[in-house]
Design a protein around this ligand. Structure first.
Ligand SMILES: NC(=O)c1ccc[n+]([C@@H]2O[C@H](COP(=O)([O-])OP(=O)(O)OC[C@H]3O[C@@H](n4cnc5c(N)ncnc54)[C@H](OP(=O)(O)O)[C@@H]3O)[C@@H](O)[C@H]2O)c1
Length: 246
């Protein structure tokens, strides 16, 4: 029986790499995707192959519509997917996170974030729908815990993640019953380079008193992949940060 297949966007490093590792450990053939982190992606692939896992690396810039189409074709025609007869798991993980005061937020930046967080996931989901449907696969998107709150200097990031969340909810309805669609919403997991001090303050207010580990997020993504009666859900992986009144 050919191995099930998992494709994760933006998975050469950080949380994406951890999701790839989790699925590889669970016996899936994994398709790592990078945009600029080619070296990290190659390293991850060789580590997994050395351990006896089936892994391959694909590259493409998801802000580019044509490159995204090429990526869809690379995934659909990949030997792992062909042997299996379809794609079991598509994870929309690729992202860019930065702080910009709303007065300085350009339409160009806003378009880029909407492209990366909303348009590219739509294009990939549409392009891979048949492959996913053929094996009753599932889509899981990485959102975040920002919904319903006013975050300073994050309008571009949080509103595009809100678009992603709603798009996934709609796809859960449109693609049922053949494909399940869910979201995992991480809290404070890995700090960006520019926010170490702020991140430490956040961690002090988390009920479980630690930042999350990428493997905490990977475990939740895997949970959705193997839970056949779950669709249209968003699971917060945030140590209770979102329930804290302070
Ligand atoms: N880190 C956290 O604590 C946290 C909290 C809440 C939500 N999340 C969400 O969880 C997910 C993973 O978080 P993370 O911090 O590990 O993400 P990240 O490091 O900010 O980004 C993940 C990957 O996205 C890829 N990417 C960026 N622009 C791209 C483009 N134009 N085309 C294709 N890929 C592109 C990058 O690939 P290359 O390196 O190959 O260029 C990058 O490695 C994200 O969706 C994030 O929004 C994370």
């Amino acid at each position: 029986m050919p191995a099930k297949v998992c494709f994760v966007t933006g998975s050469g490093r950080r949380i994406g790499a951890s999701i790839i590792q989790k699925f590889a450990e669970e016996g899936y053939a994994v398709l790592i995707h990078v945009s600029t982190s080619r070296e990290a992606g190659e390293l991850l692939k060789s580590k997994l192959v050395e351990k006896g896992c089936k892994a391959d690396l694909l590259q493409g810039d998801l802000s580019d519509e044509e490159q995204t189409n090429q990526l869809i074709s690379m995934v659909s025609n990949h030997p792992f997917v062909q042997q299996r007869g379809g794609l079991d798991v598509l994870v929309h993980n690729a992202s860019v996170y930065s702080q910009i005061p709303v007065d300085e937020l350009s339409l160009e930046t806003m378009r880029f974030l909407n492209r990366l967080h909303v348009e590219a996931p739509l294009q990939l989901s549409q392009g891979l729908q048949t492959s996913l449907s053929d094996v009753n696969g599932s889509i899981i998107a990485l959102t975040d815990t920002s919904a319903g709150k006013a975050w300073k200097q994050l309008s571009h990031y949080t509103s595009s993640k809100a678009g992603l969340r709603q798009l996934m909810l709609n796809l859960a309805g449109e693609y049922a019953p053949n494909i399940r669609v869910n979201c995992v919403a991480p809290g404070a997991i890995l700090s960006a380079d520019w926010e170490h001090e702020h991140f430490s303050k956040i961690v002090q207010s988390i009920p479980l008193q630690r930042s999350g580990d990428p493997s905490d997020v990977a475990g939740a993504v895997y949970f959705f992949a193997v839970s056949p009666y779950l669709t249209g859900q968003e699971l917060f992986v945030d140590g209770g940060w979102s329930i804290n009144p302070s």
